[in-house]
Ligand binder design. Sequence first.
Ligand SMILES: [Cu+2]
Length: 189
Amino acid sequence: MILVAASLTAIGLIHLSIGENVLFGDQMQRDKTAFFEECKAIFYATDECQKFVKAGNTLYEVPKLDPNEASEDAIVTESDMTSPPPVMQPISETVIIPEGVGIPGCEETSECYLPALLTIGTGTTVIWENNDTAAHLATSGTPEDGPDGSFDSGMIMAGAIFEHEFSDSGVFEYYCIVHPWMVGTVTVE
Ligand SMILES: [Cu+2]
């Protein structure tokens, strides 16, 4: 509710400032036109009126507003429209399979995969990196119910990696088929 109110206020302020700038620019133009009419009435006799009879100006031409005087809002809007869209960077997260997890014990502290609980956004690629001397897997599912088919690394050899990109949100449990005490969860938001 507060956020909505704040953004409504912000929109209101933006409208106000745009409105004022338009009025301000309009007023400037009116002033210049009035000044030109005064000069015309006295046949450009004063020094201030001489700018209307300089070379390049016709007698009936009102000098245009200097582009440098254009409001900052207009400049910002223009550059926003012409700037290229942001480039999406590939996002990845690494899960380490630590040394020694082929022997039970790591499950007591939930350290068979590091981190065992990983939360990512959709489109993120998770890289399992096997730092152990034995081969391991990262297979979606649970030791109790078996593989669920979302992803399966197959054997990740010592020193090798397995990558999987998570396109859909959800909670993905996984485990190591040959060392079923090794469990982890990827939560995709
Ligand atoms: Cu294993």
